[in-house]
Design a protein around this ligand. Structure first.
Ligand SMILES: *[C@@H]1O[C@H](CO)[C@@H](O)[C@H](O)[C@H]1NC(C)=O
Ligand SMILES: *[C@@H]1O[C@H](CO)[C@@H](O)[C@H](O)[C@H]1NC(C)=O
Length: 230
């Protein structure tokens, strides 16, 4: 009786080994669907990086295509249009000319840079902590990589978000020429807040403030004229 069971179990294991081997050989011979026949062009999803140096993301859009896509969106165009209207007023006030050198600090993706360029200003510099070429290059608004007295107009629509408003203002004043203007746009505010902001620009004289609508938001535009150095 015991021997009977033993023989049965042995046969059972032979059968199991046989099934295992056949399956193994079958898997070995069968070409997986994802395999690429030699000589066929590689499919994009099958190109694996050879090393960590080769692991850059694929299907990245060339910059000009990415920009073309971004700049053709309605949102982008509306914002640029809004900035154009905003800056047109500066031509009328005699504070901006096509020959002016303009700095846009904390320019984000560069709407204002494009608006100024389209208006005909030849020399516009846009800077932001994160660059957006070709409109905006990388620089810290708290530590501008420019000489003193370079720009005719310094502008920022993001002054209120500055980490160190004191430093931001001082750098703008330093790089804008004596007689030039610093312009900041902040969320719509009253006289007290305006005075607080103007006080940060220690070497400038308050020229005027106006409530404006910019990119659909109610904002207050503050203009200051940089004093001549004593
Ligand atoms: C500035 O340049 C633009 C484009 O070249 C031109 O259309 C415009 O008339 C110029 N504006 C002034 C005030 O010269
Ligand atoms: C702008 O609007 C604010 C409140 O919305 C008001 O207090 C302020 O006087 C206005 N400023 C100007 C210059 O009109």
């Amino acid at each position: 009786m015991e021997r009977h069971i033993e023989i049965f179990l042995k046969r059972l294991s032979y059968v199991a080994i046989l099934i295992g081997t056949v399956t193994f050989v079958f898997l070995l011979l069968k070409i997986p669907d994802t395999c690429v026949a030699p000589g066929s062009p590689p499919k994009p999803h099958l190109r694996f990086p050879k090393s960590s140096c080769d692991a850059s993301p694929r299907l990245i859009l060339p910059l000009h295509k990415k920009n073309k896509r971004l700049w053709s969106t309605k949102t982008w165009q509306n914002k640029v249009h809004s900035f154009s209207n905003f800056f047109r007023a500066f031509y009328q006030m005699g504070l901006l000319h096509n020959e002016s050198k303009v700095l846009c600090a904390s320019a984000g993706a560069g709407h204002e840079v494009m608006a100024l360029t389209q208006l005909g200003v030849a020399d516009v510099t846009g800077i932001e902590l994160l660059e957006s070429p070709p409109l905006v290059s990388r620089a810290d608004p708290h530590n501008l990589p420019y000489f003193d007295n370079v720009f005719d107009l310094g502008f920022s629509a993001h002054f209120a978000e500055a980490l160190f408003p004191n430093r931001f203002a001082a750098e703008m004043e330093r790089t804008v020429k004596a007689g030039g203007v610093c312009v900041v746009v902040v969320d719509e505010c009253g006289d007290e807040e305006i005075r607080e902001i103007v006080d940060l620009f220690r070497n400038s004289r308050f020229l005027g403030a106006l409530n404006v609508t910019l990119t659909g938001l109610r904002m207050t535009r503050i203009i200051m004229k940089v004093k001549r150095l004593p």
